[in-house]
Design a protein around this ligand. Structure first.
Ligand SMILES: Nc1ncnc2c1ncn2[C@@H]1O[C@H](COP(=O)(O)OP(=O)(O)OP(=O)(O)O)[C@@H](O)[C@H]1O
Length: 234
């Protein structure tokens, strides 16, 4: 099956410092992949390279066979495109404006997702709580009907109830055949959501395995696997 995302030999330096080197992987349709790693490993940088926010890398990014940066941008939806903190606009107005920018944005779908999250679209953006902001970001992201979703710490700072609600929403509203690449530090809380785990360490992907393999063949939880990876190095 043709991958929704394919990275070949991605390398990136910032101020002469190597941040990423020889990053190679592909993500198939319908896969939810966790990109794990310690603070500062380069996870956000990699998501931003894929999203086209950081242009000065080497290597190639293909999204659903697209190589042209404009076509790639239109085929990706990210939660970090929506910094909602500094506007007094109502959420619905913001979504209406978003529809103009993103060709695959479905406003009716956005309203359905907000209803699922019990989030009022009449709320002003600068009055959203942290949890509501996370809901709004995910609703905006999922209303954009594309093959690839990049989610940087989408559940960070949420209570358990809201984490579960957001994860259910993600599974329910993800378009058919779409893929997700997400980062999260609370490994156990995403364990039931993900199909595959990749660990970014020493600038590259050091481990890449399916969640079932970790559980069934190694008999470990995702969090034990992640921790054991670092203990091996001590
Ligand atoms: N704007 C910036 N200017 C200079 N260096 C930066 C900048 N943003 C990130 N870095 C550096 O790039 C490296 C990778 O950072 P990145 O944010 O991608 O890591 P991360 O894995 O997402 O970390 P975290 O889990 O803490 O969010 C780090 O060494 C960081 O200090």
């Amino acid at each position: 099956m043709t991958p929704n995302l394919e990275l070949t030999d991605i390398a990136f330096r910032r101020h002469q410092q190597v941040i990423l080197d020889s990053v190679n992987f592909a993500v198939s349709p319908n896969q939810i992949v966790a990109l794990l790693g310690a603070n500062g490993a380069g996870k956000t940088t990699l998501l931003r390279i894929i999203a086209g926010v950081i242009p000065d890398f080497t290597g190639t990014v293909h999204v659903s066979e697209q190589t042209d940066p404009i076509a790639i941008k239109a085929a990706i939806s990210t939660n970090f495109d929506h910094d909602l903190r500094h506007s007094h606009q109502r959420l619905l107005k913001y979504a209406q404006a978003t529809r103009v920018l993103w060709p695959h944005f479905d406003l009716a779908q956005f309203e359905t997702i907000c209803e699922f999250f019990e989030l009022s679209t009449a709320k002003h953006l600068d009055e959203l709580s942290k949890g509501q902001r996370k809901q709004a970001q995910l609703a905006l992201c999922l209303a954009n009907r594309v093959p690839l979703y990049l989610l940087d710490e989408p559940f960070d700072g949420l209570d358990l109830m809201h984490q579960t609600q957001l994860q259910k929403g993600l599974l329910q509203f993800l378009p058919e055949n779409a893929s997700v690449l997400l980062t999260d530090h609370h490994v156990e809380s995403i364990a039931n959501l993900i199909d595959r785990v990749m660990i970014l360490h020493h600038h590259t992907i050091q481990a890449d395995t399916s969640a079932d393999q970790i559980r069934e063949q190694r008999g470990q939880s995702i969090s034990e696997y992640f921790q054991s990876f670092y203990q091996k190095e001590d």
